[in-house]
Design a binder for this molecule. Structure first.
Ligand SMILES: [Mg+2]
Length: 437
């Protein structure tokens, strides 16, 4: 068993915490027809495996919509994928689940970039693959620059592939505007090119035609989406994810300058920023439906302990901390879990999001683990405890501390249909199916 920590052993041996919150236990009596909770669904391993729908998903979603196809509960899909537009993902989900899903219900790893308005009119370098310029523009960026454009403008920079070196000495480069920030959307195709050019941009304060100036620190702002080190595809073993690319960039920067690469923001599960934004989407959906009850409990349903469960528990820890400090403004980045603490202040103070984020009504975020994806409940626990691999192989991002308490799910269920059943039961929720609004 790989990457198994003592906390996970306990889960495998005795199941999840499963005791329910005080609020859950207090509920009872007359069933509620209007939701005071919202659902956050992971996609891969919960609703689909590769391109194949998980049978329980359709069954679960029949319970979540009324005969008119309207959702009975605010539902948001939270994926770390980032190589397509929200509408494309919504269309895929509608097809897979057999219910109408709107793009307002979809959250990609890059979705919180909408909040970083102070970069929207700046020149930003974007790294990744897929329709990057379309995605950047959709998110509000008016001046995105691709690695390809940078490479064309400065053809002497990309020298690793001998066949791609310029054959003749190019004429002086046409000047690009100074690059003000770098955004890592996802894993690129030519890693050596992206690594070289991003390092050039960071070491020249956004003027890659200039010589490196290693004493400039901190470097220009760097924002990153999707920290997943690896992911499961059809192969027997996991494949490199964007997190692996980030490890390369972090280590090259550190080796060259002796200093740590600094992220202005890290987005995608398990970052708190992701859950703040997901809660905002849940709240918006509830408002749209004119539901009167505030959304008090979020349920995050996922198959990955290190992203879905860690992220939900980290957000729950933040909510608990916020609630225990009523009257004082809680910081978005709670003390535990991350060093990227400047994110909250930046988002709150400079983007007018303070009111949105402070209007959070949730008091808890419960984690629900399903057994249809990465998590395997039948994996055997090794007898020799010295084999137990712990923090030293933590696959989370550098800026997220390993914390055994954060990878314990509140509930473990077989599949997404069982998750929905359980949540309806915990919430004593009995929707009136003849409602049309
Ligand atoms: Mg998953």
């Amino acid at each position: 068993m790989r990457a198994l920590c003592p906390a996970l052993r306990r889960i495998l041996c005795r199941g999840a915490r499963g005791c329910g919150t005080a609020a859950e236990q207090e509920r009872g009596g007359t069933p509620s027809a209007e939701p005071s909770f919202g659902l956050l669904f992971d996609i891969d391993g919960v609703l689909v495996r590769g391109k194949t729908p998980i049978p329980a998903a359709r069954k679960a979603f029949q319970k979540l919509v009324n005969p008119q196809g309207h959702f009975l509960v605010p539902v948001v899909f939270v994926t770390n994928a980032g190589n397509c537009l929200r509408q494309s993902k919504a269309d895929q989900l509608s097809h897979i689940l057999g219910v109408p899903v709107s793009q307002d219900q979809v959250m990609m790893s890059h979705s919180p970039l909408r909040m970083f308005k102070r970069y929207h009119d700046k020149c930003v370098l974007v790294s990744g693959q897929g329709p990057l310029l379309d995605i950047a523009k959709y998110l509000g960026f008016s001046k995105p620059v691709t690695i390809d454009l940078l490479r064309e403008t400065f053809p002497m920079l990309d020298m690793v592939d001998h066949n791609r070196r310029p054959k003749i000495l190019p004429s002086p480069a046409v000047e690009l505007p100074k690059i003000d920030a770098v955004i890592l959307f996802g894993e690129p195709i030519r890693w050596e090119t992206n690594l070289q050019l991003i390092i050039d941009v960071l070491l020249t304060s956004g003027r890659p035609g200039d010589p490196h100036q290693q004493f400039i620190y901190p470097h220009i702002p760097l924002l990153a989406c999707n920290m997943d080190l690896m992911w499961m595809a059809e192969a027997q073993s996991p494949r490199f994810g964007h997190g692996t690319f980030m490890v390369c960039l972090e280590n090259i920067y550190k080796k060259i300058t002796g200093k740590d690469l600094k992220y202005e923001a890290l987005m995608g599960k398990p970052s708190e920023l992701t859950y703040h934004y997901a809660e905002y989407l849940v709240r918006s959906l509830a408002t749209k439906r004119q539901w009167k009850k505030p959304v008090q409990t979020l349920y995050a349903i996922g198959d990955n302990l290190m992203t879905d469960i860690y992220g939900a528990n980290l957000y729950n820890r933040y909510l608990e901390e916020k609630n225990s400090r009523k009257g004082t403004q809680a910081r978005i980045q709670a003390a535990a879990g991350t060093r990227a603490s400047t994110v909250s202040q930046d988002v709150e103070s400079s983007n007018g999001w303070e009111s949105e984020l402070s209007s959070s009504t949730a008091t808890s975020c419960r984690s629900v683990l399903v057994c249809t994806g990465i998590y395997n409940p039948h994996t055997e626990v090794p007898c020799d405890t010295s084999e137990c691999i712990t923090e030293t192989v933590f696959h989370g991002h550098r800026d997220f501390r390993f914390d055994p308490g954060l990878v314990e799910p509140d509930h473990i269920v077989q599949d997404v249909d069982a998750a929905v059943e359980l949540i309806f039961q915990l919430e004593n929720f009995a929707p009136k199916l003849n409602r049309t609004s």
